[in-house]
Design a protein around this ligand. Structure first.
Ligand code: HEM
Length: 508
């Protein structure tokens, strides 16, 4: 029997319902009483759609953040909240310390749904399937086993030096080949010997597909997923045609080597020593075992940026070679275990990564907040997309005075790496549960490439017909949506330092 007389039941129910509603609304109000992070005001319905910066967007976001004097910028793109961080302390507080609620990825209709990359675990939503992949990747790439690829890295860098000695003018192609072939070796256990190798060319085509995914038109479909249903012929729907071609290339580049590994394992022609082979054994239904094309692209971009910096800065080449000559006296080439003795080389690598951060807005680095959050009196709603603008972080003048200049010395104090200077190797690879698991591998590869290249080659500006130096303009693939770092082709005069340098290369 009810304790409330029947005639009061209606009003009582209304009071209870109102109370419950108030609790819910108060909770919302409680949070919403706090403002969103600063940002342009926006218009009804479309929000800040027209405030979305032009390419390169990392510079654009940095500019807007400066205008609003904030390290945590908020935009509302047709009801979707976007928060862009441009300070590593804020990124640490939010993406690292509160990682558990920031570890999801947003829905990415262009890359996942139209281009079919949902198998790539860097793009997966936070959850069980992601967790299983992450564990497996961790097993292969974590710091305690980081040296397991050292033989492969040493070998690949030596092939690179050989190729450089044979055709130095093709240095940008060689940088691509170094990262592409090494990745195929690590990921699939493949031994790629030439650029015409079918696995290598498939991966090159896929890289162009990634470029396509990064064109700015593609972003709109991210903000408004319904656009994915627009037919290809519709004005402005060029991204759909791009996505179709990209999907074919990406499928081909992932399926071809994976299939090869599968068949080789079945035929007993391969042991389960590669990442893909292990995936096949442990996750046969879940994975293609590949490594993200964006990862390969980012690594190649860093090597190209190193060549650009060396071409523009003869003083850096001289100081690096002085250090190398002092330590090795031309007796042997540096290897990975020599890092502690080569602080200047380490500083060059850090400065390359800071000066031209590879893939600062890779799709695999965007986070999604799963619960309402507040930070320093600001409200960040659940579902918000969070981007870490490393480009802006690395242009912060108080952390890096004269931030636009290439100055490896900024990382040195009394001839050693200065722990007080914020380390790009720490800040570049993302945060929390999603931090790049390939970072130890990449950093080892970059260090060895820079050290051995400078030990054996001189890098300087080419001369024009009148003997004047040709200064590379340092332009980058600005038409790309997220990556302002990948240098456009440029000329560099790369010569063996001596015949002895060649014999050192050949001795390995
Ligand atoms: C210079 C080269 C590279 C850069 C700058 C880079 C940077 C990043 C960044 C910023 C993220 C996102 C982290 C986050 O969400 O907070 C990431 C994720 C990832 N990276 Fe890298 N990366 C590079 C190369 C590589 C390589 C060579 C591999 C593989 C061997 C790799 C494997 C991955 C994977 C699997 C993820 C996804 C992790 C997850 O979602 O849990 N990366 N990387």
């Amino acid at each position: 029997m009810s304790i409330i007389p029947e005639k009061y039941a209606g009003p009582a129910l209304a009071v209870v319902a109102t109370a419950i509603a108030l609790v819910i609304v108060r909770k919302k109000w409680g949070s919403r009483n706090l403002p969103y992070p600063p940002g342009p005001k926006g218009h009804p319905i479309i929000g800040n759609l027209f405030d979305f910066p032009e390419n390169p967007i990392c510079e654009g976001f940095a500019r807007i953040a400066k205008e609003y004097d904030t390290d945590i910028l908020h935009l509302d793109v047709m009801g979707s909240h976007l928060v862009v961080l441009s300070n590593s302390d804020v990124a640490t507080d939010i993406l690292e310390r509160r990682s558990v609620i920031y570890a999801d990825r947003p829905r990415m209709p262009m890359v996942n749904e139209l281009m079919g990359c949902s198998w790539s675990f860097s793009l997966m939503p936070y959850g069980n399937t992601w967790r299983i992949h992450r564990k497996l990747f961790h097993r292969f790439f974590n710091v305690s086993v980081a040296d397991q690829f050292d033989d492969k890295i040493h070998k690949a860098v030596n092939v690179f030096l050989h190729r450089l000695s044979e055709s130095p003018e093709r240095f940008l192609k060689h940088a691509h080949f170094l990262t592409g072939s090494l990745t195929l070796s690590v990921a699939y256990g493949l031994n790629v010997e030439s650029e015409s190798d079918k696995f290598y060319s498939a991966s090159e085509d896929a890289m162009s597909a990634v470029d396509i995914a990064l064109v700015s038109g593609a972003f709109l479909v991210g903000a408004l997923p319904i656009l994915k249903y627009v037919p290809e012929w519709f004005p402005g729907a060029g991204f759909k045609r791009f996505a179709r071609i990209a999907k074919d290339n990406l499928d081909h580049s992932a399926n071809l080597p994976f299939q090869h590994v599968k068949e080789s394992l079945q035929a007993g022609a391969m042991t389960a020593s590669s990442f893909a082979a292990t995936c096949l054994e442990e996750l046969p239904e879940l994975s293609k075992g590949g490594v993200d094309e964006e990862a390969i692209r980012g690594t190649a971009s860093a090597i190209k940026s190193f060549f650009l910096a060396a071409t523009l800065h003869p003083e850096v080449v001289r100081l690096a070679q002085q250090e190398l000559d002092q330590v090795f006296g031309g007796v042997r080439l540096p290897d990975l275990s020599d890092k502690p003795q080569l602080p200047y080389i380490s500083a060059v690598v850090k400065e390359v990564l800071r000066w031209r951060p590879p893939t600062p807005f890779a799709s695999g680095s965007v986070h999604r907040l799963t619960e309402d959050d507040t930070y320093k009196g600001l409200f960040i709603p659940a579902g918000a997309t969070i981007m870490d603008n490393t480009w802006a972080t690395f242009r912060n003048e108080s952390a890096y005075p004269d931030a636009h200049a290439f100055k490896p010395d900024r990382f040195l104090k009394d001839g050693q790496i200065d722990p007080e200077v914020k380390d790009p190797e720490r800040l570049l690879f993302g945060w929390g549960r999603r931090i790049c698991p390939g970072r130890h591998f990449v950093l080892r590869l970059l260090f060895l490439t820079v050290a051995r290249t400078l030990a054996t080659f001189d890098i300087s500006k080419c001369l024009d017909g009148d003997g004047n130096p040709i200064v590379p303009d340092g332009k980058t693939l600005l038409e790309l949506f997220r990556n302002p770092s990948q240098p456009l082709p440029f000329k560099s005069d790369i010569k063996l330092r001596s015949t002895h340098a060649l014999s050192l290369i050949e001795g390995y």
